[in-house]
Design a protein around this ligand. Sequence first.
Ligand SMILES: Cc1ncc(COP(=O)(O)O)c(C=O)c1O
Length: 432
Amino acid sequence: MKPNIYLDNSATTPVRGQVFAIPSKPSFGNPSSIHHIGRRSKAAIEIARQKVADLFGVKAREIYFTPSATYSNNVALLGRARYVEQNGLGRHIITTGIEHSSALAPVKYLETQGWKVTILDVDSEGFVDERELTKAITSETSIISIMWANNEVGTLQPIERLAQIAKSHNIFFHTDAVQAAGKVKIDLNEVSADTLSITGHKLHAPKGIGALFIREGVQILPIIFGGGQEGGLFPGTEGVSEIVALGEAAEMAHADLDANQEYLRKLQKILSDKLATLPNVNLTGAMDPTKRIPGHVSVVVRGAVGEEIVEAADERGISISSVSACSGRHPSHVLKHMGYTHEEGLGSARITASVLNSVEECELAATILSEIFVDAGKLQARSDIAAKSDIAAKSDIAAKSDIAAKSDIAAKAVFATKADISAKANFALKLA
Ligand SMILES: Cc1ncc(COP(=O)(O)O)c(C=O)c1O
């Protein structure tokens, strides 16, 4: 029987049973209403806010609920940029080439508005070089944005030290912690980030709910205008059920953090140990398993196209992902920044486990994926042979016509009559 194994948890996670049960509980009241039905909704939101705050060791009032991490990243970066502009501070921003589009696109937008942008390179494992960051800082730098964990290759940045560099220069520091939240310890008393983004659907809460941590006293101006909800930064009537579910998921992740991390590292090892032995497969991202998102395995399969691998895996009952679409043959911008060639980047695949996966599932998936990856390599070997014999055939034809041409010239020199020339042409035709 075909299995049904979901290993694409960096894309999104299933909502955990306990979290799922919650959304029916909160009151339907509008949290802005002052009657008791509205107040019940408001109270439910504040309990959830405390639970999210506890996951990061911060105050509840430093947590703002948002519709998703895309909103969190945009408001943190563009809202801070507005503050910078209003106060006549330097318009230079530093980020990395491996950020998620929701953190990179706002920076690109600022560039169109006259900001100077420095995009830091990363090394072959996806790490930002602390010296490069320090070197990039100028008297005009007012924002640094570096993701905590990369979604594609799983690398965890030395975020505490990077944030410290920003702090020591008195520069605002934002981090996208979407892939790290609930999987590794995030203590914002130790990491001096000013703002931090998360999203519910990567930690077993529903989609359509995120959060932004804004350190008390840090100024972010609104970029969306409406009511006064969430400090006026995320106006609009709150999705109470989703907020409550995020609070539940954060509480569960917090309570089980160490055990979950240990379990996910075990699943990660089962998957990566097997895949790393394949002749045409290379692991990507941080090689030290403890510097990766727990449960995250990423590879490039030589000779394969990521999208085709994903389809082959899907046919055999395993859901994984790739950033390379065979239609456009566009490899990932992340791998490109890590120094991978266009060809290497095409064969990327990402296999990401969650605590809802079993050991048996990961063992079976590792076996099936190994077969698929090796087959993808064989296909390439066959097309290599085909390409070689194609080249050989072409050079054979070229050689033959070269002989024909030469014998044509030679014949012309020897035979001067029309009859002789046509005889030669026949000879040349036969050779071709
Ligand atoms: C690193 C990272 N940042 C931001 C996002 C965007 O999150 P959302 O879907 O909540 O907008 C994602 C989602 O894939 C992500 O992986």
